[in-house]
Design a protein around this ligand. Sequence first.
Ligand code: HSE
Length: 428
Amino acid sequence: MKSIKIGIIGFGVVGSGVVKVLQKNSAEIEKRVGRKIEIAAIADLDLKTDRGVKIDRKILTTDGFAVCRNPKIDVVVELVGGTGIAAKFIETALENGKHVITANKALLSEKGEKLFQLAEKKKKLLLFEAAVGGAIPIIRTIKTSLAGEQIEKIYGILNGTCNYILTKLANEGGDFAEVLADAQKRGFAEADPTLDIEGGDTAHKIALLASIAFGTQVDFKQIHIEGITKLSAADFEFARRLQRKIKLIAVAKKENGSLEIRVNPTLLSVDSPLAKIDGVTNAVAFHGKNLGEIILSGPGAGSLPTATAVVGDIIEAARGSGIANRGMAEDSLEKFPIKKIENVESEYYLRFGVKDEAGVIRDISKVLAKFDLNIRDILQLDLKEFQREVPLVILLHKNSESKIRKAVGEINRLKCVCGKTVVLRVEE
Ligand code: HSE
């Protein structure tokens, strides 16, 4: 039988991983697909760097568009990343009748609509398992295994860089900048880590998960995103004493016809399953009407784990299956309003920097009472890092973000409050 020919655009960490996985597992893959998968072309601007794989140099090119237009190629694998030229590669490949595999979460979550519609028009696959959670089979689980279920809530740890930093800070203490520098040195954080530590990468991933789980296209710009840069050593000490762990949690919930979708550093009870996910590992939990809860966890990044997910998609394309790139027909997708963050309810952790004098708790609790905010726990610590102020933490029972913001605004104007108040969410 004729082999399936693939063209890879982007010969970086994941691209070279894909070549390694395809070469190493070629015999098994051929048995599973019933056809050989042949790498017919690889495009990258850098053709000099040694990627540690043996390939025929004749298949190398610097022209990604030539790969997209090559009539011999059946499947194009886009691993360039970013929201610029990658979109053009995908568009050209689809226009030229190729199935497309990508790991590009930024592109699909911010500008995916047009590409998915084009794929459906051309009756081609646009698969993206590697875009969320690296090797963890999340997308296919939602689209196929859970297709008969109504998913109500997804929450997860979707960024390995942040989870590595948060785990280090919780276990060993220290300063955020030092731990970040160490993560960069070990290759767990990018040279420019902004997208990871400010929560953008996590938001891209939850946008994709919510879109396929709820049959919609989430408007990325409406997602409330908080990163982990506002956390200090004091927050980890308080969390420890409160029997909690701080994790960067992405939440997507469908309730009464609207969506709640957000990314927040969150205090979780130490006994909750996601609190136990440490280091670069990712995890995602699904809640459904019939299934209760399912949690998937595993390596969320890295060359070979991510490549494995890409190869899974290549195999799906090679086997040939129906087109439901986002889990349902494009004309069945619905639009749901996204809840304003001010109206989202949760429990809260407030860390104030206050003067060490009489009456502080009285003044703060007076404001909280004015907004009907009920205190759940209160803790003040004499920490060395605070010299002129004392850190005071108040945990609040469930309430809306709008009330919390108003109360914190008023508290910040009290004479006894001197530092910037840190507001975090608390979930069980
Ligand atoms: N930079 C991401 C992470 C992996 O740290 O999890 C790719 O999205």
